[in-house]
Design a protein around this ligand. Sequence first.
Ligand code: CAO
Length: 555
Amino acid sequence: MALVEVQVPDIGDFDEVTVIELMVKVGDTVKAEQSLITVESDKASMEIPSSTAGVVTAMRVAMGDKVKQGSVLLVVEAAGAASASAAAPAVATPVAAAPAAAPVTVAAAAVPVASGPVQVFVPDIGDFKDVAVIEVMVKPGDTIKVEQSLITVESDKASMEIPSSHAGVLKELKVKVGDTVNIGDLLAILEGTLAAAAPVAATSAAVVAVASAPAAAPTPVAAAVAAVSAPAHAPGGNTVGLPHASPSVRKFARELGVPLAEVKGSGLKGRITEADVQAFTQAVMSGAAQTKAQAAKAPAATGGGGSELGLIPWPKVDFAKFGPIERKEMGRIKKISGANLLRNAIMIPAVTNHDDADITDLEAFRVSTNKENEKSGVKVTMLAFLIKACVAALKKYPEFNSSLDSSNGGDALVYKNYWHIGFAADTPNGLMVPVIRDCDKKGVLQISQEMGELAKKARDGKLGPAEMTGATFTISSLGGIGGKYFTPIINAPEVAILGVCKSTMEPVWDGKQFVPRLMLPLSLTWDHRVIDGAAAARFNAFLGQILSDFRRVLL
Ligand code: CAO
């Protein structure tokens, strides 16, 4: 058995890095390549693996110690064959095979700068392959300094910030969080400035030198060290904007689905350890603690607003990447109606019942009436008949003409003894809902006339607020356009809305034979807090009866 002193390998330009985590203790049996400690600079953290197998007999460093190349970390009693190789000058020997190369390998891209577009590539990151981008620190339009960190990448042994080789304005980022990158991958395009030329040219030369020394990064340690070395050119730069934890702890947290940013670190300078992640998981599983996502979801379940829904963010897509685009600001009306529709869609437990009404006779009556009244200038519309039919149904089923009283928590119903009907009007500025008042007191002709006037005003953008408020029920008719059924959104604080589509001639069984009948598709959406499914089916059935024989309105 031979005692081997494990030393800090070549860590390039770094004078000192801080020991932030001890991953083994005296008595532990370690395998070759097993991580021993984690060290950290202001730009990267990495785990230092052992190059020999054996039992740890003494620790030579403690948390918070500053170490540099050659510092003895611990003593290992090397086991079997491993001891022979490890007994040599120090474990760091293979690492030292990359003497001067490591310091410059990550020193960013290798493209000489000039004014105009400049490409920034992933520099030499040793023999790390397919490292994951875990943070993007800049965005197009940002002014970038030489060696400013652009992204953070992470392997299972190290996390590191990749600095820019050039100064300039960021035109395009070629990677996003979740991508994996390798040496030489195009990272970004800058509009370069001449000021950056000198340092980058030097870096470029250095990288060429490394490339011509193939043995320069032969071990994981060398690669990890190389990763640390680049930021040494920019001491005092920004610290990593990520939770303070080693790559292995971050990986552990990811596997468990633990939001690391919410874990309190007990390590040096608040560093999060594996034990912290375990403790956090146990606390959440036992119900003693909640993640922020859980806390955000809780109020939504009890009727909280949209901001409390804990929804994932809206996708941000650069559509221009896929083809030419044109951006137009939405109009005021669309913005207002959009906000209302969203609230109503989210907050109302809405259900839609679909049905058909036989309007064969009613349509024949409407057409003949219009012929008779040709000279009056007033066209009787199907929608006017629908309004009258709905008023009759609303009177028979008054909860459809009610609203939830929100002043006392929404547990009372306000029944309205007036029947003001709104109708959706398609206008160049967007959807508007003019209201015809006291439809119970008006005939179909008057309703048709008022509807024509209000629809024109809506299209001309001349509706006053009084003409758009106070409805007790709304009808949205797409009958003049087409379609079969749809699911209209309730116009709160109303509790129901009727959607109407285009009538079509269909074969209907009359008990003896199929006969052609003009059928009108109806879609009734209702608020399940106020109305039950059976009541909705009855409402539709009653509406169908009236429309098939309009004399029932008089009953
Ligand atoms: N089935 C078959 N044909 C129908 C019909 C129906 N249900 N309803 C209307 N029609 C026919 C009419 O007979 C008329 O045909 P003619 O010109 O041959 O007489 C034509 O469609 C136009 O009808 P109309 O002038 O009577 O208009 P309308 O009453 O159907 O609609 C209005 C008026 C203001 C509601 C309508 O212009 C409109 O804006 N509709 C869109 C509403 C909307 O956008 N709803 C969706 C809201 S949810 O996003």
